[in-house]
Design a protein around this ligand. Structure first.
Ligand code: ATP
Length: 365
């Protein structure tokens, strides 16, 4: 459905209704204003009379608990009002977490650690956002942990109030190794609650595999969640990398580009192919191939790859060290033995250990 309206559209939303719209065209902008009543976008309360701008790719839901009138200006690709939403359920989940936070405050314990799981495109990130926004609106400062390696978001800045707890977003990869990863994340973060969006099979597997003290809660997905095609996902990922280096139209960043000698950096890749036991000397056990470090000699294969600049002091620390940030290899000159790096900060690099990722980025800026 294409609604080609440059003119203003006014919507009167009844209580518990949601106005959903999408902006697809790269050249269009859509402006939203709350005229009366109260409304929120993914848990963020709208300020009356303030105009909010949405650009290409935005998929938005304006929800109202008590009814409101909103004005939408600009060309939306889809726009409709939904009467059925799972917002009451999401708000109940928030209320349950808040009860645990109050208890944590009272008993000076740590607050609830909750994890959101489910297949792709069920609204995991959106529910995280709603739960975080509701918590922040109550004066809490929960930590947002984004384990979604596919479509990550920027974590919420702020201080850690011990009782506020943690909300963990995960990836839509929920089968086989992806499922094992979810279980090990749940253990590593010592989660108290897992919210399962949309998939009963996953819910039952978690009930079976998690200890009894972890609450597993099934949640319906919202009918508004928009599926993203593979190409849209790739585009979104590319956009996130571009924003890392160049910022957003409202907040531009100016990255640096400089040459580094091959001999001035040590490049590693994490993970080596698994060796079958039969290839090992008798009595030897294979190292964990997934965390094995492989040194890389600069070659054409590293071109356009994103590399993490590790804080590690030596090779043994790489797996457990933080990273300072990311650079991208934009050129490789074998004659001069130089690589050109795109970097958020000027030369020199904070450390000479680089960890190569599989992610590639074509810098067409
Ligand atoms: P993935 O795991 O595949 O990254 P996800 O399960 O985290 O996806 P989201 O990113 O939360 O899914 O949602 C997908 C898209 O749907 C987002 O662009 C989001 O803004 C949109 N969306 C979510 N809920 C609604 C809603 N109620 N109305 C309109 N759009 C929505």
């Amino acid at each position: 459905m294409s609604v080609d309206k440059k003119v203003l559209q006014e919507f009167t939303l009844e209580r518990d209704n949601e106005l959903r719209f999408e902006v697809e065209s790269k050249t269009e902008k859509v402006y939203l204003t709350l005229k009366s009543g109260t409304a929120e976008v993914f848990g963020t309360e709208l300020v009356k009379a303030k105009t909010y701008e949405f650009t290409a790719g935005a998929k938005v839901a304006v929800f109202t608990w008590h009814g409101c009138v909103v004005e939408v200006k600009g060309k939306t690709d889809v726009i409709y009002t939904a009467k059925e939403t799972p917002m009451v359920l999401y708000s109940n989940c928030h209320a349950a977490l808040e009860v645990m936070r109050v208890e944590a405050d009272r008993e000076n314990k740590r607050g609830p650690i909750a994890m959101l799981v489910g297949p792709c495109d069920v609204g995991k990130s959106t529910v995280c956002r709603i739960l975080l926004n509701y918590a922040v609106r109550m004066g809490r400062r929960p930590i947002y942990v984004d384990l979604d390696v596919g479509q990550g978001h920027i974590s919420i800045p702020g201080t850690i109030a011990r009782a506020s707890g943690v909300i963990i977003n995960t990836c839509g990869w929920i089968k086989n190794a992806g499922y094992k990863q979810l279980i090990s994340n749940a253990k590593a973060f010592e989660v108290d609650a897992i919210f399962v969006l949309d998939q009963e099979r996953l819910y039952n597997e978690l009930v079976r595999d998690m200890p009894n003290f972890v609450k597993i809660i099934f949640m319906a997905k919202s009918g508004g969640v928009v599926e993203r095609s593979k190409s849209l996902r790739v585009e979104a990922r590319d956009q996130r990398i571009r924003e890392y280096f160049y910022g957003t139209p409202k907040n531009s960043l100016y990255p640096h580009s400089f040459d580094v000698k091959f001999s001035d950096v040590k490049i590693y890749k994490v993970g080596a192919p698994a060796l079958p036991d039969s290839c090992l000397p008798l009595g030897m056990k294979a190292d964990d191939h997934l965390t094995k470090l492989v040194p890389i000699t600069p070659n054409a294969g590293i071109l356009h790859h994103i590399m993490a600049v590790s804080f590690a002091e030596n090779e043994d620390d790489i797996i457990t060290s933080h990273v300072a940030g990311f650079v991208c290899v934009t050129n490789l000159d074998t004659e001069r033995q130089m690589i050109t790096l795109l970097s958020p900060q000027p030369k020199p690099l904070p450390n000479n250990i680089l960890v190569m990722s599989d992610l590639q980025f074509m810098d067409t800026h």
